[in-house]
Design a protein around this ligand. Structure first.
Ligand SMILES: [Zn+2]
Ligand SMILES: [Zn+2]
Length: 495
């Protein structure tokens, strides 16, 4: 008869949410989510031992939530050597034991994301190296979260590949010039400089996530104005951005104070309830006013803006909508549900620079009619942590998009021919359709989507009257089309 150290006589099992054995892990930070079943009246902790190559072991002791749930985060990249390696994870709590073998093979794709740290021409930074390493860690976490969330949506191992470590990028702008520019102007300027630069400009398969080093915050100005609203805090930030689209997602660096520098700090940063002193530091936490809130909202914004670079539109909830503030819930099991104010998510000018030409004002109060399909699945995920990719987002770029495909070093295939047939009110493509979305011109909010199974090989989609009305009569929406070959096209009546 088994018995826990605490005298518990129940026979427990440890359930792990994702079938790690079946999947090869391709990203370096591994998030393991699971629970002890049935509930134990005495066990409060779970011990995890990860055995890496060369018999090196890493141990973690984690608290179980009241429901017996746990989450663990491991760094698989600390292993010697490259290529494929086998790791063993042992989980123990009370009488429950679970052994899992994981194959780790770093992802390789010719389509990658390169992190940059932007310095002005006259800027000296003694913290540059430290900040670049902070950026690397946190982008690996974003990569892990994408993998985790896309796997939850039914698409395993669909995350993006990082091109390498964060590199410094020296801008031609002086610090003063950078600080005088708006968010959109900064995006336009730096996108232009990156394209023009010999090191990066010709690498058409790279997308960039860049952080502006010189961001400043005028805390005393906020205090003097007696207005502590987010909008006013934002007005007192200079050299700041949180904007993604096309090949560049651009951010300021003023919120790094709340970001972890090492793997072991991640949990503490997420849970931190330390109050933000807005006379010194900018708050960006959707009114939580805590370091943990700032970390969740600003890293959540990186996930969101990077989604725009991958061609995602807005959804009313989830990562691409109201939900990006809830990144903390991806990494914790013990946090209470938060009810945050409805956020007005930006409709980025950068998106319009990359896509349809109309400038889009910042977000909307429009409510999405959620697709009926797989609604249960959404609700499930939402119950769990509110930070999820809606079905159309998960289907959208990564599964088929070239950026997410493992290897496509062969010659580029011919681009798809996709057009609207005005007479028959159809979208016609010579490559099979995967997804058609109707997105609002103003804010790219997806009003409706249609998913096509790859095996169905559908080449024509006849637009129902209500959608044709939005596209061709009211002209308030455009169609975003994705084919099974990964080609995308935006079709509107004005193009
Ligand atoms: Zn027990
Ligand atoms: Zn957005």
């Amino acid at each position: 008869m088994f018995s826990g150290a605490n005298g518990c006589k129940r026979v427990h099992s440890i359930e792990v949410e994702q079938p790690l054995e079946a999947e090869r892990v391709e990203h370096s930070l591994l998030l393991v989510k699971g629970r002890l079943l049935p509930k134990c009246s005495s066990a409060r902790q779970l011990k995890a031992t990860l055995r890496l190559r060369g018999d090196r072991t890493v141990e973690q002791l984690t608290q179980l939530s009241a429901a017996g749930e746990f989450k663990l985060l491991f760094d698989l990249d600390s292993q010697e050597g490259v290529g494929e390696s086998l790791c063993y994870l042992e989980l123990r709590s009370c009488t429950g034991v679970r052994l899992i073998s994981i194959t780790y093979k770093p992802r390789n794709s010719s389509y990658k994301v390169q992190p940059l740290y932007i310095l002005c021409q006259d800027e000296q930074s003694d913290r540059e190296e430290e900040l670049r390493s902070l950026i690397d860690l946190n982008l690996r976490l974003v990569q892990c979260i994408y993998a985790h969330k896309l796997q939850s949506a039914g698409f395993p191992n669909r995350t993006f590949t990082l091109n390498g470590s964060c590199c410094p990028f020296r801008s031609q702008l002086t610090r003063e010039q950078a600080l005088s520019k708006s968010e959109n102007e900064l995006w336009q300027h730096f996108a232009g400089e990156i394209i023009a630069c010999p090191q990066w400009g010709h690498q058409i398969r790279l997308k960039f996530v860049a952080f502006v080093g010189c961001t400043t915050y005028d805390g005393p100005g906020v205090v003097a104005s007696e207005d502590t609203s987010y909008a006013n805090i934002r007005r007192h930030l200079r050299g700041h951005a949180a904007l993604g689209g096309g090949g560049l997602a651009l951010f300021g660096s003023a919120h790094f104070y709340a970001w972890p520098r090492t793997l072991s700090e991640i949990g503490d940063c997420v849970r931190s309830t330390e109050r933000v002193d807005i006379s010194r530091l900018p708050d960006e936490s959707n009114y939580r006013r805590t370091y943990g809130g700032v970390y969740a909202s600003t890293l959540g914004a990186v996930c969101h803006e990077l989604g725009h670079c991958f061609d995602l539109g807005h959804t009313s909830e989830g990562v691409m909508g109201q939900g990006f503030d809830y990144l903390n819930r991806v990494l914790t099991v013990d946090q209470l549900t938060e009810h945050l104010p409805q956020r007005l998510v930006e409709g980025a000018a950068a998106e319009s620079a990359a896509g349809s030409a109309t400038a889009r004002p910042r977000f909307t109060k429009l409510k999405l009619q959620p697709g009926v399909k797989l609604l249960d699945n959404y609700h499930n995920q939402r119950r769990h942590d509110s930070f999820y990719f809606a079905r159309n987002c998960a289907v959208n770029p990564w599964p088929t998009h070239r950026l997410a495909q493992p290897e496509l070093d062969v010659a580029e295939p011919e681009p798809a021919e996709i057009q609207i047939n005005w007479a028959t009110k159809e979208i016609i493509s010579d490559k099979a359709l995967r997804l058609v979305e109707l997105r609002c011109n103003r804010n790219s909010l997806v009003a409706h989507y249609e998913e096509f199974h790859p095996e169905a090989a559908v080449h024509r989609f006849s637009l129902p009257a209500s959608l044709w009305d939005l596209l061709a009569e009211q002209r308030s929406h455009y169609a975003f089309v994705l084919t099974t070959s990964g080609d995308t096209k935006r079709l509107s009546c004005d193009s």
